[in-house]
Design a protein around this ligand. Structure first.
Ligand SMILES: Cc1cc2nc3c(=O)[nH]c(=O)nc-3n(C[C@H](O)[C@H](O)[C@H](O)COP(=O)(O)OP(=O)(O)OC[C@H]3O[C@@H](n4cnc5c(N)ncnc54)[C@H](O)[C@@H]3O)c2cc1C
Length: 334
């Protein structure tokens, strides 16, 4: 079969557009290589998504339906898709750099003995050799590296949501949906008992005029919670660094940085963050930055307009109290 393959991540379909964006990019690549775009998709009932992928530009959808595929299971999915890749030998295989793609694709690449470029910002075909040119940030985002995979197949890459534009839905589009025979042997090291969608607090970080960001220096979820109070008083939003998200203090959608959102508020208060490049890349658009860190040499102070050196768990409650008092006074003056 060869061709360009896209992994069909249909969870939360209406918000998660990355598969559709990859189909659009896949079309461009496939046209240059005179081949087809195939979306591979696993699940319990996936026909409706297969139709959607055709309507958004896929030539072929290869689908596996089975009750044991209802929930994403890393090992089962890897085994099944690796078998398909070995049988059909795609030239290129792309997935979204979502939490899902980041877990699944490295494992699949290792299983297939090929390379993988993570978080690509551009994908093109080398006009001479026909290799996939995979451009990805390197050295903490300072450089863009161009990666090629000359000796192994498929050429695999993950791409962030929002990098490419999806093709609008066309209900007249025609494609083929294939259901290859599959043998599902769930690998039982992890047994999923049930799945429940996490309640996520929607935020408006990209448009917020005030952003309060918490980092690992806050030390605990209890301290991190104080940021929400401060943000509410200042009519702002809360952002977080990657370690704060990994610690479970903040939702993924609050993540700022190379792998998260970028902000451009009038005021940004960065609390207990060291100022790593992968984070600061997202806050360059802020008009005024105030940083709180107990280490006077923390890199965040290099870009802050105002720096407070001290323990944020002491400063934050004082700051909250001061802001509350100020607001009360302003209300009384009115
Ligand atoms: C490919 C790649 C992509 C990445 N993408 C992102 C990204 O998108 N976003 C992101 O945020 N990170 C990202 N990272 C991680 C990034 O490199 C840093 O590790 C991260 O930003 C650091 O987060 P932090 O500042 O919260 O934690 P730390 O670097 O651990 O800093 C904590 C700071 O808190 C201070 N501190 C400690 N205790 C206190 C206290 N009581 N009071 C005051 N200050 C205190 C310390 O002095 C320190 O400076 C990425 C890394 C890689 C390799």
């Amino acid at each position: 079969m060869n061709g360009v393959w896209i992994f069909g991540d249909y969870r939360n379909y209406f918000q998660n557009r990355v598969t559709l964006q990859l189909i659009a990019k896949g079309r461009e690549l496939a046209e240059t290589l005179a081949t087809e775009v195939t979306v591979v998709i696993l699940g319990e009932e996936v026909h409706q998504y297969a139709m959607e992928y055709i309507a958004h530009g896929a030539d072929v959808v290869m689908a596996a339906e089975h009750p044991d595929l209802k929930y994403y299971q890393l090992e089962t999915y890897t085994t099944l898709i690796a078998r398909w890749v070995e049988a059909f030998k795609p030239d290129i295989f792309l997935a979204g750099a979502t939490s899902f793609g980041r877990e699944f694709f490295p494992r699949l690449a290792k299983r297939l003995g090929t390379g993988l470029s993570a978080d690509c910002v551009s994908l093109e075909v080398d006009p001479e050799k026909g290799f996939l040119l995979q451009t990805t940030p390197a050295c903490g985002g300072e450089l863009l590296a161009e990666v090629v995979t000359p000796h192994h197949r498929p050429q695999m890459a993950t791409v962030h949501p929002g990098v490419f534009q999806e093709i609008p839905h066309d209900s007249t589009a025609v494609g083929r949906i294939l259901y290859p025979e599959i043998e599902v042997q769930p690998e039982q090291r992890v047994k999923i008992l049930r799945s429940q969608r996490q309640q996520v607090r929607r935020n408006n970080l990209e448009e917020a005029q005030v952003v309060i960001v918490g980092g690992l220096g806050l030390g605990s979820k209890e301290h991190f919670r104080l940021l929400f109070e401060l943000a509410e008083l200042l009519e702002g939003e809360v952002g977080a660094t990657r370690p704060a998200v990994l610690a479970g203090w903040a939702d993924e959608e609050m993540l700022l940085g190379q792998t998260g959102k970028a902000v451009k508020p009038r005021l940004l208060i960065s609390i207990g963050t060291s100022g790593a490049l992968q984070y600061t890349t997202a806050i360059h658009g802020a008009e005024t930055i105030i940083a709180i860190n107990r280490d006077p040499h923390a890199p965040i102070f290099k870009m802050a307009d105002l720096g407070l050196v001290g323990d944020c768990t002491t400063i934050l409650p004082l700051l909250l109290e001061t802001v509350r008092r100020r607001i009360r006074r302003e209300r009384m003056d009115d």
